[in-house]
Design a protein around this ligand. Structure first.
Ligand code: AMP
Ligand code: MG
Length: 430
């Protein structure tokens, strides 16, 4: 089943705004072109009738989408194909000859950052080609800067420099990096340490850090040794931005919050440029501002937490709200007992979070908070997670997708998750 998507044809609207202004100079042609636009609309529905051609949800761990609804009248347009040749093609030629061109409905930027991909969609972008190129360069510059600060994979990053530092040896860090560490420490306190930015040594030991993969659980003495190096209370950040560790070997890991912070930074950049309608996504952490090109809240798909690539559900997002998803289905190995061992470490046990939660999606007012809480709530599970949210995070909503004992999935959520996000179940290919 596809989610409920706007029924009206997009091409007709495309014809009805900037094109129409241009067409007013050729009033006799307008009627023909309007008809052609309607015909194109019918063709859209025709193609949407076949899943292969219908518009699909965009890929992301919480992918975004405006798939098209299939039309019950889809086939009625087929005999009209000759009309297409006689009307739309001449109209297109005319536009090109007169220098008229349509404004795009929405435009996208894509790239790679933080070991994953990012994408940005801007509805009806009011940008020239030059401004667009400048925006891409500015986005890449912001994301490169974040990589230079927070990538544990880069030996020259600020985080790697700190991780090599000795005990009680303060390291001066940039203001942006200090801001992220401060937020991570506050969220560690607020989640009873379920989010712990000092789990780096354990993440590495379990095979999910820069040191490479493993295929079975590490020996208990190695776990005990790595555990001694962790604990957010052993990390201090002075007011002037100097970071120090109180136990030897402490390794900072900002993987649980860096993508969310990147989304917030890019969203701030887009707002600075005067943009009001956009969707920003890094590795599935997503923030939506304004409305999509159809004048509706952006639709964000939540992936089914398995290898199918299918959507589990769809939610509506707008008003600068963010959604982030953490799960056990992307980065994991099965140990010799067949247990899923995912990249999210439960700091209480020094082992991958081991319960029935397959994924958690969190809605919050900024992406860093959503990202941090998704990781923490995966560790905590629904009972403790609900308690933490009620206690300290008003307006923040969460959805847990749980492995059901008989196979398949079950859901648990905060009371308002469904109504706030207009969330509904959806399945099938994204
Ligand atoms: P996310 O995909 O946002 O849930 O972040 C997962 C990443 O955060 C992992 O790959 C680790 O680098 C790091 N991480 C794992 N467990 C924790 C934890 N309990 N607290 C903070 N960071 C963690
Ligand atoms: Mg996270």
């Amino acid at each position: 089943m596809h989610p409920d998507f706007p029924r009206h044809g997009n091409l007709f609207r495309r014809f009805s705004t900037p094109w129409i202004k241009c067409l007013s100079r050729f009033s006799g042609i307008f009627h023909t072109v309007e008809k052609s636009a309607r015909f194109f609309h019918a063709m859209e529905n025709f193609f949407a009738f076949f899943p292969r051609y219908g518009k699909k949800a965009c890929p992301a761990s919480a992918g975004f989408s405006t798939p098209w609804k299939t039309s019950p009248h889809a086939l009625s347009c087929v005999p009209a194909f000759p009309v297409f040749l006689l009307t739309v093609l001449p109209a297109f030629l005319l536009f090109h000859l007169t220098g008229c061109s349509p404004g795009p409905r929405d435009a996208a930027l894509h790239g790679r950052t933080m070991g994953t991909t990012y994408s940005i969609r801007i509805a009806r972008p009011p940008l020239t080609r030059q401004e667009w190129r400048a925006l891409q360069a500015d986005v890449d510059a912001v994301l490169d800067e974040l990589n230079r600060q927070m990538s544990a994979w880069r030996p020259d990053s600020e985080i790697s420099r700190f991780n090599r530092a000795g005990v009680n040896e303060p390291v001066a860090v940039s203001a942006d990096f200090a801001h992220v560490v401060r937020r991570a420490l506050d969220l560690a306190a607020a989640t009873d340490g379920a989010l712990d930015p000092t789990v780096g040594a354990l993440v590495n030991l379990w095979g999910f850090g820069p040191d490479g993969l493993r295929r079975d659980a590490p020996p208990p003495d190695a776990i005990a040794a790595a555990r001694k190096t962790t604990g957010w209370r052993h990390l201090t950040l002075s007011p002037d931005g100097r970071l120090s560790k109180a136990v030897p070997g402490l390794q900072l890991d900002l993987g649980a919050v860096a993508k969310g912070h990147g989304v917030d930074r890019v969203a701030a950049l887009l707002r600075d440029r005067g943009l009001e309608h956009f969707l920003v996504e890094i590795g599935g952490e997503t923030l939506a501002e304004g409305l999509n090109a159809d004048g509706e809240p952006w639709r964000v798909g939540i992936l089914r937490p398995d290898q199918s690539g299918h959507l589990h559900g769809v939610l509506s997002l707008t008003g600068g709200r963010a959604v982030a998803t953490s799960g056990d289905y992307r980065q994991f190995f099965r140990d010799s007992d067949g247990r899923i061992r995912s990249h999210i470490i439960d700091p209480r046990t020094a082992a991958p979070a081991g319960h029935a939660v397959a994924s958690v999606s969190v809605l919050a007012d900024d992406s860093l908070t959503a990202d941090a809480l998704a990781t923490a709530l995966l560790v905590l599970g629904p009972d403790d997670g609900l308690r933490i949210l009620r206690g300290g995070f008003p307006g923040t909503e969460a959805l847990w997708i749980l492995h059901s004992p008989g196979g398949g999935f079950e859901e648990a959520s905060t009371r308002s998750f469904v109504s706030t996000a207009r969330y509904h179940l959806g399945s099938g290919p994204r």
